[in-house]
Ligand binder design. Structure first.
Ligand code: G6P
Ligand code: MG
Length: 216
């Protein structure tokens, strides 16, 4: 039966979490409070709007609708300044090997990300041609752990959800994959991603044999 593979972007394909962090930290500091790396963990897989809501809660800052929107734009502008300088060297280890492996097997590949910047980032690092389908923050109304993003990806890949495999680094993302009844593969700390069907610290740990077993 036909299989499909779905990749999250931030933290799975590229390590952009550090740039999100720097941009949020700058805004927090401007508003007079600090934003820690630990707090940044809560922002993984979470939409830009929701991140700003959480940030303002942390700083106990009230904002008008207009001010809120201005800060959203400012944060994204700062984030894009980092993205602008990205190149292929920022692809996480062995991601190209896994993508090549799947391409050689003619397995369709999708991106399933909450980011509205997904396309330019894939373009910057040169991985856009690998993706048959891109579903990102511009295409969804419900955030992970809602399965919407992955279900749209599966539908566009024309693969039933049960035959889809999802790579995710965020707790909310693993939940979203499980909610979609897909095979969930955690990329990162197994103590954090406890609900994943399988877990790897990174793609260097994932053998061709394992990938083949997913295609059975
Ligand atoms: C990903 C990241 C989140 C980020 C979200 C929206 O899910 O893990 O940290 O907030 O995308 O990204 P965007 O590029 O649209 O601001
Ligand atoms: Mg992620």
């Amino acid at each position: 039966e036909k299989k499909g593979f779905i990749f999250d972007l931030d933290g799975v394909i590229v390590d952009t979490a550090k740039y999100h962090y720097l941009a949020w930290k700058k805004l927090a500091n401007e508003l007079g409070f600090d934003f820690t790396l630990e707090q940044n963990e809560l922002f993984k897989g979470v939409s830009r709007k929701r991140c700003l809501e959480i940030l303002l809660e942390i700083g106990k800052v009230n904002a008008s609708r207009e001010q809120f929107d201005r800060w959203m734009v400012e944060k994204n502008k700062d984030y894009l300044d980092y993205i602008e300088k990205m190149d292929a060297s920022e692809i996480l280890p062995d991601v190209p090997r896994v993508l090549e492996f799947l391409k050689n097997k003619k397995v369709p590949i999708a991106l399933g990300s909450a980011s509205k910047n997904a396309r330019p980032i894939l373009e910057k690092v040169g991985l856009l041609p690998f993706f048959d389908v891109i579903v990102d923050g511009n295409n969804v109304t419900k955030a992970k752990p809602d399965p919407e993003v992955f279900l749209i990806a599966a539908s566009n890949l024309q693969v039933v959800p049960q035959n889809c495999v999802v790579f995710e680094d965020a707790v909310a993302g693993i939940k979203a994959a499980n909610n979609a009844i897909m095979t969930s593969i955690g990329i990162g700390d197994s103590n954090t991603l406890t609900e994943a069907n399988y877990n790897f610290n990174d793609f260097t740990e994932m053998t061709d044999d394992f990938l083949n077993s997913l295609l059975q």
